[in-house]
Design a protein around this ligand. Structure first.
Ligand code: ADP
Length: 377
């Protein structure tokens, strides 16, 4: 069924011509791999960034074409801006075999600022399970508690957890049929791929589709005026993360690490990745730093507390603060009532607010796009 559906979608897409070019969008090589799962179709169309707006009808037509195939209940088609803004005419991103000229992918894609958003901060980690999403959501709430206009974008497309962490369900609405109105809880605006596709749907997407979906979630959402947008990045340091770091106009990154993680080089890989694309590492947060025994009140340095501070100092990345390993953090996080929102006067909220303040100071003290000040051994 899946292969047949993909072939049928492709056939229908052949009836769509690309405005200003000779040929249909399939033979021009503009259609990405088509992914079909559980009656839902996902694919992207590669178009020049400068023409993205004008090509919206083409995107809609492609969605309609996919929906006209038997067994396809929904279709998500996104436009991949494959060219620098303003760059001239439509060139196929992946040319069909007969096309003689191979268009070049830009080395350093243009990073268009997003109107109304003061600073975009990526929260990243070298690997999964270190508490990156928990930190990201509490950090965003802490910015808000500190009086800043904050929002969160879940870029962890493989395993979006912001809908669960903020206890938001349902699908976002659009304002004028195009721009998405972000979802909201605890006064925090949020956008996540998890709102657009069902949780548990395997995101077997390839790089270009992920980038395209992410860029749309950034640019085609009515964020309003924000001081800071926190981006929960996917874990790890693969090509997708690197490309995202290259394409999103980030003010800087916050690396979340457990005490042994930085020493074991995982977090360092994340730091290296941002350094490579000249995005300032605003600092490192030590998560699950120490454990306070709920019975005896004693403090236990299970993972060797302080490892992150020492390692961060060694490589010249600022230390932003530490968060203990605490059942309250796990339980509130897993229940969708993050600790900064549910216990705003508690000790954990205070710790996150201190980190938010440190991050904000780090952003404010940097000139935009300054080179990272990281020294590697
Ligand atoms: P990641 O985004 O790095 O995969 P998550 O934020 O999803 O990690 O956290 C993984 C698990 O660890 C979750 O169950 C979360 O509730 C828990 N967790 C995160 N930080 C803490 C903490 N400081 N104390 C206790 N549990 C935590």
């Amino acid at each position: 069924m899946t292969d047949k559906a993909i072939t049928s979608i492709k056939d229908r897409l052949r009836s769509l011509t690309f405005p200003g070019a000779d040929g249909d969008i399939v033979s021009l090589g503009l259609v990405s791999d088509i992914f079909v799962s559980d009656g839902k179709a996902y694919f992207s169309l590669s178009v020049p960034a400068a023409r993205a707006q004008e090509l919206e009808p083409l995107r809609e037509a492609a969605e309609k074409a996919a929906l006209s195939v038997d067994g396809i209940k929904s279709a998500v088609v996104v436009l991949t801006a494959d060219k620098k803004a303003g760059e001239a005419p439509a060139q196929p991103a992946r040319p069909a075999q007969q096309t003689p000229r191979q268009p070049q992918r830009p080395q350093q894609p243009a990073k268009q600022e997003i109107p109304g958003i003061g600073a975009i901060v990526a929260v990243a980690s070298g690997k999964g399970g270190v508490g990156k999403s928990t930190t990201a959501v509490n950090l965003a709430l802490a910015f808000q508690a500190n009086g800043l206009r904050a929002a969160i974008l879940d870029a962890d497309i493989y395993g979006p957890s912001i809908p669960r962490l903020l206890q938001i369900s349902g699908k976002p609405k659009t304002s004028d049929g195009r721009r998405i109105i972000p979802m909201e809880n605890y006064g925090l605006k949020a956008m996540s791929m998890g709102f657009l596709v069902d949780e548990g749907t395997a995101m077997v997407w390839r790089g270009p589709m992920i980038q395209s979906a992410l860029l749309q979630m950034l640019r085609e959402v009515n964020w309003g005026d924000l001081d800071v947008l926190v981006v929960d990045m996917p874990p790890g340091t693969g090509d997708v993360q690197l490309t995202m770091a290259q394409q999103v106009p980030l003010a800087g990154s916050v690396i979340v690490s457990t005490p042994q993680d930085l020493a074991l080089l995982d977090a360092r890989k994340a730091i290296n990745m941002f350094a490579k694309v000249e995005i300032p590492v605003l600092g490192v947060v030590e998560n699950m730093s120490y454990f306070v025994c709920p019975d005896c009140g004693g403090r236990h340095d299970i993972f060797g507390h302080g490892g992150v501070r020492q390692e961060a100092e060694k490589i010249g990345a600022p230390f932003l603060g530490e968060i203990p390993l605490d059942m309250a953090i796990r339980e509130t996080s897993d229940a969708g009532t993050p600790v900064v929102a549910s216990a705003p006067d508690g000790v954990h909220a205070k710790a996150y607010r201190t980190i938010a303040e440190n991050v904000w100071n780090a952003i404010s003290s940097r000139k935009p796009r300054s080179a990272p000040e990281i020294v590697f051994e």
